[in-house]
Ligand binder design. Structure first.
Ligand code: DX5
Ligand code: ZN
Length: 225
């Protein structure tokens, strides 16, 4: 299915005020967010540390939003159960995180969680071709993962287009999310290439008015000013 409708917006709490996390989560829910994006980093797969299942579990009763958990960790298998139990609705794991992505995605599904496959800028789209039958989402990184506030890599737009074609060819409804450097200026580019979900850290939590920020990301898709 081509992405013709308004994209889902998933604010990333990586850019939120960690000392007021529950309030920050409630604020984006109130401001019209569709999903909540939670970035998990291990200081090994990516050169940064962020949060673990304990924080996600603590936030779970504070929000009705689907929890979209992005695992930037390797290995991933030993931790899938913990994130599922913590309340993840979706788990994205990286195709680059280990040799047995196929099995890891099955584990995610076995835990009743929707699996997504995340792909780094240096990885060609074909790398996920053999697991598309196992996923509900593809998460295309438009920055090198590890930090918020980086510049959108326009070089990834062609990959989004290719992945949209590959996803549509499966005949299954696979969402394509884009993560990194999303702003009201870059959002329309990602959506035109085939994205239907946008992760945004700085472009939501870095703004004063979260509702306006979310609206600008959505409508930016129609008014690329
Ligand atoms: C980066 C994370 C992103 C990050 C995006 O490794 O996966 O989700 O929070 O931040 P912005 O939107 O500021 O680029
Ligand atoms: Zn992310």
């Amino acid at each position: 299915m081509a992405a013709l409708e308004t994209p889902l917006i998933a604010p990333s709490v990586l850019s939120a005020d960690f000392s007021r996390m529950a309030e920050e989560v409630a604020a984006v829910e109130h401001a019209g967010a569709d999903w909540l994006h939670l970035d998990v980093m291990d200081g090994h797969f990516v050169p940064n540390l962020s949060m673990g299942p304990q924080l996600i579990k603590a936030l779970r009763p504070k929000s009705k939003l689907p929890f979209d958990v992005h695992l930037m960790i390797a290995p991933v298998d030993p931790y899938i159960e913990a994130f599922a139990k913590a309340g993840a609705d979706h788990i994205h794991l990286h195709v680059e995180a280990g040799p047995h992505t196929h099995r890891s995605l099955q584990h995610v599904r076995d835990h009743g969680v929707k699996p997504g496959i995340a792909i780094c800028p240096a990885t060609p789209p074909e790398a996920v071709g053999e697991v598309l039958d196992l996923v509900d989402m593809i998460l295309v990184m438009t920055v090198n993962p590890g930090f918020g506030g980086q510049k959108f890599l326009t070089s990834q737009l062609r990959k989004i287009e290719t992945l949209r074609r590959m996803a549509d060819a499966t005949g299954r409804d696979i969402r394509i999310g884009v993560d990194g450097g999303i702003t009201p200026q870059t959002a329309p580019l990602a959506v035109a290439a085939g994205a239907d979900m946008l992760v945004a850290g700085t472009a939501v939590y870095g703004q004063d008015d979260y509702a306006a920020a979310i609206k600008n990301l959505r409508t930016g898709t129609h008014n690329p000013a």
